[in-house]
Design a protein around this ligand. Sequence first.
Ligand code: ADP
Length: 618
Amino acid sequence: MKSFLEQNVSQDSLITLFSQAPVAMCLLTGDNFSINNANPQMLELWGRDASVIGKSLFEILPEIIDQGFQEILENVYRTGETFNGNKWSVFLEKYGKYEEHFFTFIFAPVYSGDKKVIGISIVATEVTDQVLSERMLKDSEYRFENLIKKSDYPIAIYRTEELFIEFANDQMLKTWGKGPSVIGMKLEDALPELEGQPFIGLLKDIFKTGESYASKEASADLIVDGKLQTFYYNFSYKPLKSPTGEVYAILNMAVDITDLVKAKKEIQEREKKYRDLADSMPQFVWTCDNNGEITYMNDSWYKYTGSTANENQTSLVKKMMRPETSSRVDEIWEESVKTNSPFVMEYELEDPGRKGNYRWFLGRAVPNFSENGEVKQWTGTFTDIDEFKQLETQKDNFLGIASHELKTPLTSLKLYTQFIKANLEKAGDPKNAQVAKRMDYQIDLLTGLINELLDVTKIQKGQLLLNESYFDFDKLVDEVVEEQQMTSRHKLFVSRSGAIGEVFADRQRISQVIANLISNAIKYSPDADEVHISTSMNGNQAQFNVRDFGIGIPEDKQSKVFEQYYRISGSKDHTFSGLGLGLFISAEIIKRTGGEIFVSSSEGEGSDFCFRIPKNKN
Ligand code: ADP
């Protein structure tokens, strides 16, 4: 090389090369490192001009002495060993500014003809911009790393197809149930339990396809706290690509939704349990929305009707209903929806096995409320009460026949008793005549009970006919009170706010109601001495009240006392005779007369029964 240069290249060409090379160069000679030559690039690098030629390097750049350069240069000079500096930081005072610069340089010995070191050549490039941008990149990398380190979500980066864990934040380590020691390991070594699960395969594929992968509610079995457990994640694998498009790593982000999925599964299981329960019930169980559209029917219903879940069950139920009852059902349903109160109704549905035949069902539905108090849906049942209805009819028929059959001999018995009584009185046997009188009274009680049963039969058959005409209401009250007073030890007080006069109704039946209310007042106030009866006008209605000071009626039972056979179970101290029919019949009579009947009462203090009927014919 040397001989080639000496022989072929002119001195001028070498000087041109020296001065125009894109790197800074200089030649230092002697052990005081005087600047023998420096190209313009080197002068620019020092921030000096050509006047520095001939001066010692440390004279023109005194600031570099303390930065270790004197020792380095002296060492090169002494030992003849080249020194390479890579991205060295040097503080220089250039153009009046003391600043840090970075250089990559070579200090090489320069030899004389007799191989003695006579100087040092310096070749240098300023790399300040490069170092600073590297620093900035490092900074932003550091910030990014910090950001994902602190993320609330598990994040990891896997590098190369072998899936080395380059990075995993604390959340991801927690998810894996592992410590930071797994960082740097292969994923399959760090989490051996992943074998047989799809994740490793999916990740490796991404290196081939370069495509992202995301999954929701994916289950992963991981060994956490020493045991294999199932967790659920929404996660994504995103390829990180080099500028040439090659996948060099995969970014894994995940959200642990185990609690959510477990809660969802629990709800689903619970729903299934209830559905199984509903399906195994012999009753028909269903749900519907606020519009009455059926949203669920249990298996028993499908078996019974032979229909399938694909058919519209709402219209099927409507079709099965007796056409004449369906509008009444709609009416009651609409009322329930309006008031959010339970729907209860007995109606007939066509028997799917026997066309044209109907069976009785008890339809019930209760609203299910959401947390904000709105009705979510209605849960309902159809209970087959056909047999019960038949038994009820049999019982009613039996009572009708029995009471009718009993009535005839009882009428004769009454006549014979009165005949015996009259004969005994005539024969001057007052003692036995008194016995006959008591018999007569007992026969009246029995007749009263049988009449109640007959009345109920009439009501059920729609045969309770009213024989209405004008009569004197006040007189009727006096008559009934007088009659009741004869057999009662209670004092019956009557008070009137003015006369009522003529009323248009069935005198006999109204008398029956008044007698029933007064006899109840007496019967249910065994410890009291008085019963207060009052009459008044209320608008154009005649009002009758009976106030007693007896056992009273609990609030929740007050509306029930007008129902058929309803009797409040006997109090601790007393049991009262009766069939539970008197008030039912009275209510029916008052209703048919166009009036109303009600009670206000407080338990232990007494009751006030009241009815109102229109004074005149409507
Ligand atoms: P009963 O023949 O049993 O008296 P009713 O139909 O007349 O039948 O009355 C129904 C039920 O209402 C009674 O069994 C009783 O429990 C209750 N009841 C009726 N009147 C009174 C009253 N004045 N005080 C308290 N309870 C009453």
